[in-house]
Ligand binder design. Sequence first.
Ligand code: PGA
Length: 314
Amino acid sequence: MNITLRQLKVFEAVARHLNYTRAAEELFLSQPAVSMQIKQLEEQVGQPLFEQMGKKVYLTDAGKEVYRYSLAIEHHLSEMQMVLEEMKGLQHGRLTLTVASTANYFVPTLLGIFNQRHRGVTVDIEVTNRENLLKALSANTTDFAIMGRPPPGPELEYYPFLENPLVVLAAPEHPLASRKQIPLERLAEETFIMRERGSGTRAARERFFDEHGGIRFRKTMEMNSNEAIKQAVQAGLGLGVLSIHTLEVELMLQRLVVLDVVDFPIMRHWYIVHRKGKRFSAVAQAFKDFVLSESESLLTVPSSGSTSAAVPPV
Ligand code: PGA
């Protein structure tokens, strides 16, 4: 038997409509062309597939069988096409990410692993602070943002995937470095080096001190990067509050220490955020699934030595 996919497609249309004219219209063919395809198929099959009674067309028993198989073949073909398109998307797609400056201490690790699995994928990544992340989301110029919890609102969807403890850091020689259970009020005597306005770390720190008695500090300085703050704290200019994700190397090398302050760390979480109803490419969907299902096991949150209670995501 030597039948073609084209013959099956024409047959399927005639069988579905039980009408040669309508099938011809649907397929943009002439009616004689449709009749010819059916005739050739019947010759190959060796028996009639339709019978005509008056003006009506019926499927023969053989026709019913061929119809059943032609539907299954069509279904498999469209599934194959979908799978191939998805593979193409995953191999050559593009992913656009906007990442909080503080999250950029671990996002490259995640991207490295994702990239090993999907070699042809191109990633455009912008690193910026929280305020600019929210702007990128609202302008729809990014697939995802990786950031602290976004403000509530109807236009964003967000999912927590990793802890983000904010700690008080000091130079190892600082007089408080060896103290246990330092009361919050004691920090008021210190100079604090803060991130710039628009930073999520800064906003969380301000919220925390407002909620804990509105502590005001002796002196504050402002710097617009985590790296600058670490250098300044190391040089003895003051204390800082930063995400522990930024401190892995300095803690390991004992260039900085985490102070044991009552009610610290401020326990925040990292979120993958996108606009509600955003249509994802195959790559973007794969990245979201990857972050949510694997980041916790692939990343380690650096340890400060102090303990923290389980808290709901903030
Ligand atoms: P950052 O962090 O803006 O302080 O870098 C982002 C966030 O915590 O939301």
